[in-house]
Design a protein around this ligand. Structure first.
Ligand code: ADP
Ligand code: MG
Length: 728
């Protein structure tokens, strides 16, 4: 039994929860704290409104004079809602969001004051940002960073502050955040996809990447969390014996949502409605006290912002309900971890989902084109995809309890496999009219029907086609989605550019018809990217062997996986597309490997502390009780005492054995840590932390968890798994 020495200090929203009247619809409050189109119409001049819309839709620049009108409109709207401050809201490479609030309030002399917010303040700011990670991009003498307004993501009110989504770049223009490369990747995929979509419809002018994330999380009573130094400092439990009951009965998944969790969810959903986050789905997940929340999908940049904002809101709302939200990918050993599936597709301004089958053979050829190109892109860049989701915390999840393995593969289902097999057999060069008719009628033409009853949904695949979108499932629950989205949209852009060039070459040089050329290129793609397709059990050992034979990478740890971030192939990809230059790429890598080492370092310290300051002293105390007991038995029974003290004597010995093992584990780990700390090179340091320091975690944990089972529950100082996982 844990003694609760702590009362959790709760971080929560400053204002009271908004009560939605019983008969009020959610749609009525949706987006009411967002400077959206309806609000803009109300607060902006016609010219200013047009200018923002143009910037949103076509990326055009906003004139400085117009910016003044926009900022004034924003300010009036914000003040009407009780707002006093504004902030540029951005996503530095810490993964969290950053804000620095300034008041509208300004003095104008003679003891007078007004509320002011000019266009200049809206468009650009220079936060003192020298403490954000920059991977060496900014020298200390040039520590300036700039935030610049991103009009494609609308401003919103959070608490009493007007938040303006911005990019964050260095004085010399290098990206220091997640949003900048994402915006560039989205622009690249837009251009490349429009060019290909024009083969099928000349009217297409814009292609948007869409993202629908599914956020998994644990809810644990905040007082219980506060009693666990490991969760408080690292976000996960570093020790703790599995409870007698875990998730084996599957009684939590999709079960009735417990009352307290439900009241948290309702409160959260109301807040999301105000912020324009279109949350739709909520349910229990597989592990006890694990849940999921998913919105209706949106344009990728906005969806990324929404997810970042949501994680912050969840944290605060949880405080109101005496919960702590755990976003960590693996907060508890032995039960499922948390992911953040990224559902992704591309759609045109003419309203067509390019990854959704259509109604005519031609629109289905378009679908197949984008479908096969995605497979080819993933095959080509599987290592980079793996790298885009690599982190110290996701390492625990990939390949563990019901999570995708570290091998990237694509699942497409039996029916589409058949279609690809047929396409692989098409004639080289020009197709005969009969063959084309056959393809149109029997292969391409049948796609919508077969997808309707395509019900096989392989849950073990890291990247699965699910009817009208791909679902990237290996993304971790703590991740900023911008990272995987930048990679996915970039590789797709590159692939589509290559595809267009190949098709055009066949049309120009071989005098082929457009659809002949498309069939020819797709056939080759299917042949050369087959190795990435896998329909079997991704959790099985056979797949590990098979994947190796196929030459697919299997980078199990983050330091191994991250190397692909700076490979020649990656650098030329991002440079060609203008998504990131070499400096930006290398800086990010530096930050990521550094963060990896720091996280393992912190975990090592915390584990050492808990083992030595909590576990061992408790074990000694219990052992003393046993020793006292044995002495007493000796007093009573004299030389016969061993008959009565057999168990106690064994326990005393067992405890000593575990104490010895834990102590030597901590000592060895600490020595390895000291050695690792002397390594200058960040990459080598991360590798040392991964291969030399981290392996001791298991040894130390093993001894501690054994002691948890042996020692009197009254004495055990740490809240146990069963208490954290089953307290509702
Ligand atoms: P699950 O994967 O849990 O079975 P669904 O397949 O119904 O759930 O949808 C998961 C997510 O996919 C939802 O957030 C939904 O908004 C999103 N989604 C649906 N269509 C698309 C699309 N075309 N592009 C991106 N995301 C989409
Ligand atoms: Mg899903």
């Amino acid at each position: 039994m844990s003694t609760l020495r702590f009362h959790a200090v709760k971080e929560t929203l400053t204002r009271k929860p908004l009560k939605i009247e019983e008969n009020e619809r959610r749609s009525a409050i949706f987006g009411s704290n967002v400077f959206n189109q309806a609000t803009m119409r109300q607060y902006l001049t016609k010219e200013a409104y047009k200018s923002v819309m143009d910037a949103m839709q076509n990326g055009s620049k906003i004139d400085r004079g117009v910016a003044d009108h926009i900022s004034t409109g924003m300010k009036e709207w914000a003040i009407s809602k009780g707002v006093t401050h504004y902030t540029h809201w951005f996503q530095p490479l810490t993964g969290a969001t950053a804000e620095k609030h300034d008041a509208f309030f300004e003095t104008i002399g003679d003891g007078l004051a007004i509320e002011k917010f000019g266009g200049g303040q809206l468009v650009q700011q220079e936060p003192d940002a020298s403490s954000f990670p920059n991977g060496g991009i900014r020298n200390t003498f040039e520590a300036r960073g700039y935030t610049a307004w991103d009009p494609t993501s609308p401003a919103f009110i959070y608490e009493t502050t007007l938040c303006i989504p911005t990019v964050f770049v260095s004085y010399t223009g290098e990206a220091l955040d997640y949003k900048t490369p994402l915006l560039r990747a989205l622009q690249a995929v837009d251009g490349a996809a429009v060019a290909v979509a024009k083969y099928f419809d000349k009217n297409v002018k814009k292609v948007n990447a869409s993202l629908g994330w599914e956020q998994e999380y644990f809810l644990v009573d905040s007082a219980l969390v506060a009693s666990r130094p490991d969760i408080t400092l690292t976000g996960r439990t570093l020790l703790g014996h599995s409870p007698a009951k875990g998730q084996q009965l599957d009684d939590h998944y999709f079960g009735t949502i417990p009352n307290r969790a439900m009241s948290f969810m309702r409160d959260l959903e109301t807040e999301c409605m105000l912020l324009g986050i279109p949350v739709k789905t909520r349910h229990n997940e597989v592990a006890p006290n694990q849940f999921e929340l998913a919105p209706i999908y949106d344009e990728a940049n906005l969806a990324v912002d929404h997810n970042s904002l949501l994680m912050d809101v969840m944290d605060k709302i949880a405080g109101r309900h005496n919960f702590k939200v755990l976003f960590h990918e693996k907060p508890f050993a032995g039960v499922n971890g948390s992911g953040k599936h990224n559902n992704w597709s591309l759609s045109t301004d003419t309203g067509v989902n390019l990854l959704g089958p259509g109604k005519t053979p031609m629109s289905n050829l378009q679908f197949l084109t984008f479908f096969v190109n995605t497979i080819k892109a993933v095959h080509q860049y599987e290592e980079l995809i793996r790298a885009s989701i690599a982190s110290a915390s996701n390492d625990h999840r990939l390949g563990a309890n019901e999570a995708p393995p570290a091998i990237i593969s694509v699942f497409i289902g039996e029916q589409l496999t058949k279609v690809l097999n047929e396409l692989e057999g098409v004639t080289k060069g020009k197709l005969s009219p009969e063959e084309k008719t056959d393809l149109k009628l029997n292969v391409v033409g049948k796609i919508p029907e077969i997808l309707l009853d395509n019900t096989d949904r392989n849950r073990t695949s890291p990247f699965a086609f699910t009817g009208n979108k791909f679902e990237f499932r290996a993304v971790g629950s703590t991740a900023n989605c911008a990272n995987p989205m930048t990679v996915l949209n970039s590789i797709m852009a590159k692939q589509l550019i290559d595809f267009k060039a190949e098709v055009d070459a066949l049309i120009d040089k071989k005098d082929m018809k457009k659809d002949d050329a498309i069939f020819n290129v797709l056939r080759e793609y299917i042949k050369t990217s087959k190795n990435i397709l896998f329909e079997g059990n991704g959790y099985g050992d056979e797949w590990q062997k098979e994947a190796k034979k196929r030459g697919l990478s299997n980078n199990k740890t983050a330091p191994e996986a991250l190397k692909a971030r700076v490979s020649k192939k990656t650098i030329s990809l991002f440079e060609e597309l203008g998504v990131m230059n070499k400096t930006e790429i290398e800086a990010r890598y530096e930050i990521e490997v550094e963060e990896y080492a720091l996280r393992i370092q912190i975990e090592g310290r915390v584990l050492g502390d808990i083992a030595r300051n909590h576990v061992i002293p408790t074990a000694v105390r219990y052992q003393n009780i046993l020793i006292e007991n044995v002495r007493g038995l000796k007093d009573i029974y004299g030389k016969d005492f061993k008959k009565y003290a057999k168990e106690q004597l064994e326990l005393i010995q067992d405890i000593s054995g575990h104490i010895e093992a834990i102590n030597s584990g901590v000592t060895k780990m600490t020595n390895e840590r000291k050695k690792a700390n002397t390594i200058e090179d960040s990459e080598k340091k991360a590798v040392a932390y991964c291969n030399k320091v981290k392996p001791f975690f298991d040894d130390i944990r093993y001894g501690c968890d054994k002691l948890e089972l042996l020692i009197d529950d009254e004495l055990w100082p740490l809240t146990k798994y069963r208490e954290m996982l089953f307290t509702k």
